[in-house]
Design a protein around this ligand. Structure first.
Ligand SMILES: Cc1cc2nc3c(=O)[nH]c(=O)nc-3n(C[C@H](O)[C@H](O)[C@H](O)COP(=O)(O)OP(=O)(O)OC[C@H]3O[C@@H](n4cnc5c(N)ncnc54)[C@H](O)[C@@H]3O)c2cc1C
Length: 279
């Protein structure tokens, strides 16, 4: 990944937060080992990022410029890009066809029950007017703050219900202010989009019919899971050993919700609908 211009490996700190207690962070550190992360005590974390708390340091974590990375990946003789919007999903009879269409997954085409919801969210960019200590790494704590091109990016909101105007920017500003006490920020721009999240938070990747594949519902982690799903699908089509451990295709299988719905109703059916992703 770090071979791409679009990727800046500046490292990340994960601090304990509402979804990640110190005990859980410690267990994660034991599972991942030193190759992935180092657990720092409160003093060491304070020395590095001025936060006196246990801190998990991921030295290889990177900021990825998504649009730029896609441009770099498309520089290949065998890839042709068409920007036509296909309102009828093409049949996949002759050659393998992979639908990677975000929230517009062809569930109506194959009649699979898909347990997924579309959740809008926002990232905000701020310039820094003054700060005694500039941020050099990504910090994740109830969301994240990431420095890039002299800006601080903060996100992402998860808007399960419609939020009032300006609320997302206020929440994202507060993320930075909770980490950099003396900072003075100027709002520069916002990015809004939606992600598709399944009931088990795993993407949907696999075969849905003869010659027909799907990769979607990547939730909040498409930068990691979409390339992995692509590799999984390509290796299966080419009869190569699939990427990852042998249980993964079953975990991501598009028909996994059918089996679950034989036992219980779709937990996402009330109050949410699947729909187009604007990401
Ligand atoms: C606010 C926010 C912040 C996020 N932050 C992160 C992050 O920090 N890290 C991370 O890994 N992920 C993040 N994500 C999630 C990430 O954006 C998604 O996981 C990822 O975009 C999913 O990729 P995808 O290719 O499945 O779908 P999409 O990115 O939605 O791409 C699908 C594409 O298919 C096209 N398409 C759809 N229907 C048709 C059709 N009929 N014909 C032709 N084309 C079609 C769409 O136009 C679109 O270009 C974030 C998402 C949001 C909303």
């Amino acid at each position: 990944m770090t071979d791409f211009q679009a990727v800046s490996a500046i490292g990340a700190f994960h601090l304990p937060d509402d979804g990640m207690s110190s005990e859980r962070l410690t267990r994660v550190a034991q599972l991942l080992g030193d190759d992935w992360m180092t657990l720092l005590d409160a003093q060491a974390t304070a020395d590095r990022i001025n936060q006196e708390t246990l801190g998990a340091w991921f030295p290889r974590s990177a900021i990825v410029h998504g649009a730029q990375l896609c441009q770099e990946l498309l520089q290949h003789d065998l890839i042709q890009v068409s920007t036509n919007r296909e309102y009828e999903f093409p049949a996949c009879e002759d050659i393998p066809t992979i639908y990677a269409t975000g929230g517009e997954m062809p569930d109506q085409l194959v009649g699979l029950p898909i347990e997924a919801i579309v959740i809008p969210g926002q990232v905000d960019a701020f310039s820094i007017r003054n700060s005694s200590r500039p941020l050099r790494h990504i910090i994740a704590r109830n969301g994240y703050v990431a420095p890039q091109d002299k800006l601080l990016f903060a996100g992402s909101t998860y808007e399960y219900k419609p939020w009032s105007d300006g609320e997302a920017t206020r929440v994202n500003r507060a993320r930075i202010e909770s980490l950099l006490a003396d900072v003075s920020l100027q709002h520069e721009r916002s990015f809004r989009a939606s992600r598709v999240v399944t009931s088990d938070r795993l993407p949907i990747a696999g075969k849905i019919a003869n010659q027909c594949w799907v990769s979607g519902a990547h939730g909040s982690g498409g930068t990691i899971s979409a390339p992995f799903a692509a590799e999984l699908i390509a290796s299966t089509i080419l009869n190569e050993v699939p990427a990852g451990s042998s249980g993964i295709p079953r975990l991501l299988a598009p028909d996994r919700f059918r089996h679950r719905q034989a036992r219980r109703p779709n937990p996402l059916a009330r109050g949410f609908r699947t729909g187009p992703s604007s990401a």
